[in-house]
Design a protein around this ligand. Structure first.
Ligand code: R5P
Length: 288
């Protein structure tokens, strides 16, 4: 078995190779220093993958990483790999999981279709709609990122967990099984891409250390709104915890409402303090 990492997932891929005691194949991402000035991606495998089961790790954010994923899968297949397993730690476009309006692309399916050209199976983490995976043209598995967050939050001695909306209830329940802490949730209404409104609710958080748990932090609007509510009800410490930290637009400003922000390394950022390499290693070991 060999592990190959796309340019945005090198650290996670190396961590996974170490967990699996597998060889890591380095990749050159530039042909000339500076790469292509127009931003086009370039890949060259620097080791052999002939006859190997290759684990290709590449997240899909930002968008050029999707092209890089396709280039790597193609290069690995052309180099004679026996089996290619794509680990897509963050599966972007997962929110467009159906045709809401006539004429739309079902973007999640589009991505899966193209991954299936050169990959035999797909493993991803905490996807928006896990049911979607059943419609993919290759076997596709979801791994939960919540155990990794749970491990971190348990060692941070949190008193209380909060789901910022009802979608996040399944996440907070899973984390609370690990941390053995009580939890509650808020009702959220999205006004626009940047603004959310929550229904006021009494929470048992006075003097408590509280972690807000969600799958994704994008603009940080959801977390900021929940954090303000927790502060107004007397929470002593507020931590934001997510699996996928996109941190777009004014996210850093919005997240000042929290004492700390933790994300996993499905997307690299200064907040990626928890590695999900053990979760992906277990998923790879469980493959047929
Ligand atoms: C929505 O259902 C997701 O679970 C997140 O709550 C959402 O993506 C967060 O977005 P933002 O950080 O922009 O509020």
């Amino acid at each position: 078995m060999k592990v190959v990492g796309g340019s945005t997932s090198v650290l996670l891929a190396k961590g996974l190779a170490s967990e699996l005691s597998a060889g890591y194949v380095e990749v050159a991402f530039e042909r000339h220093p500076g790469g292509f000035p127009d931003g086009e991606r370039y890949v060259r495998l620097l080791g052999s993958v002939t006859g190997e089961h290759v684990i290709l790790v590449q997240t899909t954010y930002p968008d050029p990483m999707i092209v890089e994923l396709f280039l790597l899968a193609d290069a690995i297949r052309d180099a004679g790999a026996r089996r290619v397993t794509a680990i897509v730690p963050y599966f972007g476009y997962g929110r467009q999981d159906k045709r809401f309006l006539e004429g739309e692309a079902v973007s999640a399916k589009t991505l899966a279709k193209h991954i299936a050209v050169d990959c035999d199976e797909l493993v991803t983490m905490t996807i928006h709609n896990p049911e979607l995976l059943k419609t993919f043209p290759i076997p596709a598995h979801e791994v939960s990122g919540m155990p990794a967050l749970g491990r971190h939050l348990k060692s941070s001695n949190m008193d209380f967990l909060l789901a910022p909306d009802d979608n996040a209830v399944r996440f907070v329940k899973e984390v609370s099984q690990i941390t053995a802490t009580p939890w509650d949730y808020l009702q959220k209404e999205r006004i626009d891409s940047y603004t959310v409104r929550i229904t006021p609710k009494k929470l048992a958080v006075k003097g408590k250390s509280v972690a807000i748990v969600d799958d994704v932090i994008s603009t940080g609007g959801t977390i900021a709104t929940a954090a303000k509510e927790l502060r107004s009800q007397g929470a002593r410490r507020v931590i934001a915890a997510c699996v996928h930290g996109l941190f777009v637009d004014n996210a850093e400003g919005n997240l000042k409402a929290c004492d700390d922000v933790i994300a996993t390394d499905t997307i690299q950022s200064p907040h990626a303090k928890v590695s999900v390499a053990p979760e992906f290693a277990a998923a790879i070991r469980a493959l047929d």
